[in-house]
Design a protein around this ligand. Structure first.
Ligand SMILES: Nc1ncnc2c1ncn2[C@@H]1O[C@H](COP(=O)(O)OP(=O)(O)OP(=O)(O)O)[C@@H](O)[C@H]1O
Length: 297
């Protein structure tokens, strides 16, 4: 299948009053896969989604979504976008079965079975009003409504909010199979990355409104390393640079998160007058690497 650009953002800048949130953000999302828009709390993920959907006008820069400018998406194209937005659910006075019937009228590719595959697992009767459901149960209904639309593009902002660990796992497995079968393009935002390792292919990590990492998650994981060595006045001279993302000193050790290979890092350490034998490398999973590059605070 040939890939198309589904989302393109160029030089996005946005501020709320004096607070600069996006400082020239660029990224593209290609069709057919799960893309992660990641960053710590307050990094600007929801702001970016609001700009993509045309709810917010950026100070400068531009985005296209499914080939249309984000500030002028046509009603037809909007129907091809499934949006999970802060778990917001309209018409929560309806019951599960009423809301399913209601939504199905607006979406030509509606899939009744997908909705009940996800929502039928809830231990509540179909006649239960949404407003009388728990926060996690409401999230499950919203996800069912989005997936049943069979959209070309899904934007899932903080999909995991309120979901228990079992349902989160179930949903992620369901989503992966769904994307494989239909070729849907999905953009997920999250600050909780422990679930995303198996889910996403391409990603961008944003911090201070700019791109910290962009591209394939696997390439990032294979080229990013965590080395540590005994803390000393010499290791205090290791500072962040283009290839050293983050240096943290504890009382006894210095931890370095870097794109330098073991060989290159060894040379760097020897130039400080230390032995490369003192270095140890700690393997990182995706969450470790995310914390390593963004910092703990
Ligand atoms: N309407 C607003 N007015 C003023 N400041 C805002 C507004 N909306 C967001 N902010 C601020 O902008 C920054 C980015 O917020 P945003 O919601 O985009 O972050 P996020 O990456 O989605 O965070 P989280 O992971 O916590 O959901 C935060 O510092 C937030 O406090």
């Amino acid at each position: 299948m040939t890939q198309e650009t589904v989302i393109s953002c160029q030089n996005l800048k946005h501020s709320y009053g004096e607070k600069h949130v996006l400082n020239g953000l660029n990224f593209e999302v290609q069709s057919g896969g799960i893309f992660g828009l990641l960053g710590k709390n307050g990094a600007g993920k929801t702001t970016t989604i609001n700009i993509l959907m045309g709810f917010l006008r950026p100070l400068s820069g531009a985005c296209t979504v499914l080939g249309e400018p984000s500030n002028a998406i046509s009603p037809q194209t909007r129907r091809d976008i499934g949006l999970l937005h802060e778990r917001f659910i309209q018409y929560d006075f309806m019951s599960i079965q009423e809301i399913e019937r209601f939504y199905s009228q607006f979406y030509p590719r509606w899939e009744h079975d997908v909705f009940y595959d996800l929502v039928g697992r809830l231990d509540v009767p179909k006649t239960r009003r949404i407003s009388r459901m728990s926060c996690g149960q409401r999230s499950q209904v919203v996800l069912g409504l989005i997936m049943a639309q069979n959209p070309k593009l899904m934007l899932l902002d903080d999909y995991s909010m309120g979901l228990d660990v079992g349902y989160r796992r179930l949903f992620l497995e369901f989503l992966q199979e769904y994307v494989r079968e239909r070729g849907t393009t999905v953009l997920v935002t999250s600050h909780v990355v422990q679930d995303l390792d198996k889910l996403i292919d391409q990603m961008i990590i944003i911090q201070h409104g700019k791109t910290l990492v962009a591209g394939s998650k696997d390439t990032f994981l294979s080229s990013f390393h965590h080395y540590s060595l005994p803390h000393s006045p010499q290791t205090e001279r290791l500072v962040s640079s283009q290839r050293i993302a983050n240096v943290e000193h504890s009382r006894t050790r210095t931890h370095v998160y870097t794109y330098l290979s073991a060989l290159e890092f060894g040379e760097r350490i020897e130039r400080l007058g230390l032995s490369r034998e003192s270095i140890s490398e700690t393997p990182m999973d995706f969450e470790d690497a995310f914390i390593g590059i963004t910092g703990k605070y």
